[in-house]
Design a protein around this ligand. Structure first.
Ligand code: NCD
Length: 311
């Protein structure tokens, strides 16, 4: 299939007006977005470079970002649109303007969509009460990071063919990770079994996931393992972690990866802290590490999301 007729038949009335959470998407929405992104990956979308012709995508990033911000910008430009970025630094947020007033201001300029990233989990819902245009969530606190989970699923599906029946291990700072939450929701909706692995202090109860504190045991049956960074910036004053014992129990290194079956793939959403949660050797392991592919797919997936919501 080299056209998007089946996707274009979807309108806002079929449910997707914003992409805030994987929780809000059903299986069919997810599969459509994966197919849509795959068409971009294959280079098989006719006139891809004009689909956002005349459209302006605004982005409000109140937390740091490399991959998400740049790939939304790349995606917009690949589709022929314009991209305007606002960060907290250098803006009136630093002069005490409220989030509501900032959003009212952005809305009054009539962009065609807004991409957001914010430390407050409530921020995504707030944007949709103010903005008259589609909102795409690039990460709201510890809640969700839907486009990351979508690009991860695209990467896994390209590598394995099908996600159904897979056994996926997500290991690291589950407690503070929006990536873990979105991935559990998405992978379980597509029929995978997901185990979140962490020491008790970094574990979280995510509906649908099995919990374990034993990475060695979990690796034995894993088809894919996703390692996560320790998000120190989200720790409150009562939280502490002994890094040496964490590394001992939870770092993915070459010896530990030998416990997994030879086909077990390695993922990481980035940014990596090499030699903490993953060794450089494993991160760069040809044929097993899909980390660079995840970054590449981030552009295709964000093209799909923007095309679906804005074109
Ligand atoms: C993640 C995030 O911001 O949630 N990064 C990303 O978007 N690729 C994970 C992290 O910061 O550790």
């Amino acid at each position: 299939m080299n056209d998007l007729a089946h996707l274009n038949s979807h309108t806002a009335s079929d449910g997707i007006e914003n992409i805030l959470r994987i929780k809000d998407l059903d299986r069919e929405d997810i599969l459509n977005l994966l197919d849509h992104a795959q068409h971009f990956a294959d280079g098989s979308v006719a006139n891809a470079h004009t689909r956002l012709d005349g459209k302006i995508i605004m982005a409000l990033f109140v937390e740091n970002s490399t991959r998400t911000r740049l790939s939304f910008e790349m995606a917009t430009k690949r589709l022929g649109g314009e991209f305007i970025l606002m960060t907290a630094e250098g803006s009136s947020l630093k002069k005490g303007e409220s989030a509501e007033d900032t959003l009212e201001t952005l809305n009054a300029m009539r962009p065609d969509a807004l991409v957001i990233r914010h430390a407050d989990p409530e921020f995504a819902d707030l944007t949709t009460t103010i903005m008259d245009v589609p909102v795409l969530n690039g990460g709201n606190g510890t809640d969700e990071h839907p486009t990351q989970a979508l690009l991860d699923a695209l990467t896994v599906r390209q590598h394995f063919g099908d996600i159904k029946g897979m056994n996926v291990v997500i290991c690291g700072d589950i407690k503070h990770s929006r990536v873990a939450r979105s991935n559990v929701h998405l992978l379980t909706k597509l029929g995978a079994q997901v185990t979140t692995v962490a020491p008790e202090s970094l574990q979280a109860n995510i509906e649908g996931a099995i919990q374990s504190d034993d990475l060695n045991a979990a690796l034995k049956t894993a088809d894919a393992v996703m390692m996560l960074r320790i998000q120190k910036e989200r720790f409150d004053k009562t939280e502490a972690l002994d890094i040496d014992s964490y590394i001992k129990g939870y770092q993915l290194n070459a010896d530990r990866l030998k416990l997994a079956r030879p086909h077990c793939a390695v993922l990481h959403p980035g940014p990596m802290n090499r030699d903490i949660e993953i060794t450089g050797e494993v991160a760069d392991l040809q044929g097993r590490s899909l980390i660079t592919r995840q970054v590449e797919n981030g552009v295709y997936m964000r093209m799909a999301c923007l095309d679906r919501l804005v074109s």
